[in-house]
Design a protein around this ligand. Sequence first.
Ligand SMILES: [Zn+2]
Length: 297
Amino acid sequence: MIKKAICTLSLCIALTAITSFVNAPAPPQKPTLKTIIVDAGHGGKAIGARGKYSTEKKVCLAIALKLGKMLDQIPGVRVVYTRTSDVYVDNRYRATMANNNKGDLYISIHANSAPPSVTKKKIGTKKEVYYVGKGKKRKKKTRIVPRYKIYTSPNPAHGTETYIWAADRDDEKGDFVGERISEEAEKGEYTPNIHDPEFKIKSLLWTKKFFDKSLRLATLVEDEFTKGGRSSRGVKQRNNEGIWILQATAMPSILVETGFISNRKDEDYLNNAKGQEELARQIFQAVKRYKQSTEPK
Ligand SMILES: [Zn+2]
């Protein structure tokens, strides 16, 4: 109980501190969704995953361009693409571009892949020769051993997944968020001191908000996929190198794995113009719902 009381007290102090900072300088978030960064993964020499007959970089671009076109129709929204053709784009460049354009949302489009399943099946027996002893005592012997055949079959994994940056590594995202706060503040009257606890708390608050918003959008995207009849593998939190871009973008950001290119049915869907259109529309619907739920009425 004592422990609980102390915790409650420190929580109160922390909350009071945070509340006073929230009411302090610049607003903690933009009221409207103005700039959306649409990122087609890979490109150029970065092919990404390969399917039976197509590449990830190609399907990502097709879906991203269709999505961008739809998002452009939302009044007041500006779409910025990280690439619009088959060119190589460095991840650092993607992040810098998104941050410099003051993106309010970052949507990265990818396609998944899973290695083939390998199974070993016994198909009979065979005679095997082996030797025991050394020198003159060396004797040749035989024994019966099983015979196997290796079968590879396509991995059954299929469906969609949406990634967000794991909350336990928010401190790293916080660095990028801090940079953005500094830049925006410098345009105003004051130059923030990044070592100031006030600045740190503000940066933490922004990072937390971005995390909540990323999670909200990711959930809506997977919900739209499910409604559209796709098989959803859900929202996943990761902090591996593969989704570094989500950490480096100082805004709510998601990475959508639109299907498994290693799965024949998914690959056909990802390459089909109607499939691409449906995927783009489902992500678009999710963004519209996100916009409604995050903006003041
Ligand atoms: Zn990818």
